[in-house]
Design a protein around this ligand. Structure first.
Ligand SMILES: Cc1cc2nc3c(=O)[nH]c(=O)nc-3n(C[C@H](O)[C@H](O)[C@H](O)COP(=O)(O)OP(=O)(O)OC[C@H]3O[C@@H](n4cnc5c(N)ncnc54)[C@H](O)[C@@H]3O)c2cc1C
Length: 417
């Protein structure tokens, strides 16, 4: 027997969890909602890139969970440890068991820092930085600001990761800082990517290759970082060739920006909700669980093959909310999510290439007539002002606003390729 019960129980009070709670609350003032969230802090993570590039402050990315969770929603300040979907209950770290009628699972993903040998001993010192943690993102800017010459490495692990463009976004901001100081030619900048190309969608990959060439950055594909020694400033990479043969090489650096390997949280991997890869196993269009019909999943923790971004969450929230309401009213599920994700690629300190796409690598921009590959100042303004405002003031407040994203807007640019 569970000690507590809520009609709707939400696991995780991040971008997805808060937005589902507030959006449903705006539609239904009565429904009993609770969020399980262990942290008192909520970060606007897309802001981390520009903090690392010295163009934003930590204060602007941080709010208290208590100020984001509506008073009419119960906050269980604890973490889920296990799921018992057959009994409609979850067990918390405290040992408490909580029951539900409907469950939404959105605990984000896990950063596997320890998978790179030596990284946790040296992260945040010796020129080893990462935008992926609020504890180390300000050190990225320290490194970029203080370096006058040398080798700067930027690594990208195997997919999936959240915001697949983030490992290279910070590289362009660093290169532009060096250029503005007139010292870019004193640097050897390398993009060491475990993957085979600049970006998963060739349309954008080609445009990014031009950005890389313009800064004189060297690209090293199929280079997966496996170890790091901060004291000797040496990184070890496992390099694969086209036949799949692997060898280890070492590179020395003056600074290195590391993007950690990422996976589903362990408590999800070990739960009955997981698919074979460990992710919350949901239908990619309805976001309903594939085996338990009163469970939904969204955000970075799910099995859906979209880009793991807050932009994806923005499009997933109304689908999950509508489908919970549909389930309550015995109406069939809406196949409303088309895999939309977006990556505002900061190509300099005043320009952004706004990559927007859906399942199957379809280019689906939100704005007609504009070539999506173009580096634009207007999207930089979006990155530093517009998108954070949308996040805090619309999405997290539960306002529904759908900006249509259409393949037809990009057709003439894609056809030209
Ligand atoms: C450097 C960087 C740059 C990015 N840039 C962009 C960008 O430009 N554009 C973009 O759209 N997206 C970007 N993102 C990605 C975006 O931040 C995520 O995709 C988004 O936050 C996912 O939302 P979520 O709710 O699934 O997870 P999160 O927002 O990470 O929230 C998960 C929540 O679950 C909680 N939780 C964890 N474990 C448990 C548990 N056991 N029980 C209960 N709760 C738990 C956590 O404390 C957390 O509050 C970036 C991310 C990073 C790190």
């Amino acid at each position: 027997m569970s000690n507590k019960h809520h009609t709707l129980l939400i696991v995780g009070g991040g971008a997805a969890g808060i937005s589902v709670a507030t959006t449903l609350r705006r539609q239904n003032a009565q429904i009993d909602i609770a969020i399980i969230e262990p942290s008192e802090k909520h970060y606007y993570q897309p802001g981390f890139t520009i903090i690392g590039g010295g163009a934003y402050t930590m204060a602007k990315t941080l709010k208290k969970e208590a100020d984001l969770i509506p008073d009419s929603v119960v906050w269980l300040k604890d973490a889920v440890e296990t799921f018992q979907p057959e009994n409609n209950t979850v067990t918390l770290r405290s040992g408490e068991v909580v029951g539900y009628d409907y469950l939404v699972v959105c605990p984000g993903l896990q950063l596997d820092w320890q998978k790179i040998a030596g990284l946790t001993d040296t992260l945040g010192k010796n020129g080893v930085c990462s935008n992926y943690s609020p504890d180390t993102v300000e050190y990225t800017w320290e490194c970029i600001k203080n370096l006058k010459s040398g080798t700067a490495l930027f690594t990208q692990p195997p997919m999936p990761i959240k915001c697949a463009g983030a490992p290279q976004k910070i590289m362009y901001l660093a290169a532009d800082r060096f250029r503005k100081k007139g010292i870019l030619d004193k640097f050897n900048i390398e993009f060491c990517n475990a993957g085979p190309g600049m970006f998963g969608i060739p349309f954008f990959a080609k445009a990014l290759s031009k950005v890389v060439a313009d800064y004189g950055i060297k690209t090293q594909f199929l280079h997966n970082i496996v170890a790091i020694d901060g004291t000797t400033k040496t990184a070890t990479f496992e390099v694969s060739d086209s036949e799949g043969n692997k060898q280890r090489i070492e590179k020395t650096f003056d600074m290195i920006h590391v993007t950690p390997p990422q996976s589903a949280p362990d408590f999800i991997k070990q739960s009955p909700l997981a698919n074979a890869g460990g992710w919350v196993d949901v239908n990619e269009r309805t976001l309903q669980h594939n085996r338990y019909q009163n469970i939904f999943g969204l955000g970075d923790a799910t099995s859906t093959p979209n880009a793991k971004t807050a932009a994806a969450v923005r499009k997933q929230v109304p689908v999950v909310v509508d489908n919970i309401v549909n389930l309550i009213n015995n109406i069939s599920m809406r196949e409303g999510y088309d895999g939309y994700g977006s990556c505002p690629l900061t190509t300099s300190l005043s320009t952004v290439m706004l990559a927007e796409f859906s399942y199957g690598g379809k280019v689906t921009p939100s704005f007609p007539f504009l070539d999506p590959r173009k580096n634009r100042w207007i999207w930089w303004l979006g990155k530093i002002m517009g998108f954070p405002w949308m996040y805090w003031s619309l999405m997290l407040k539960g306002y529904r606003f759908d900006i249509p994203h259409l393949e037809s807007y990009a057709k003439r640019f894609v056809d030209k390729e």
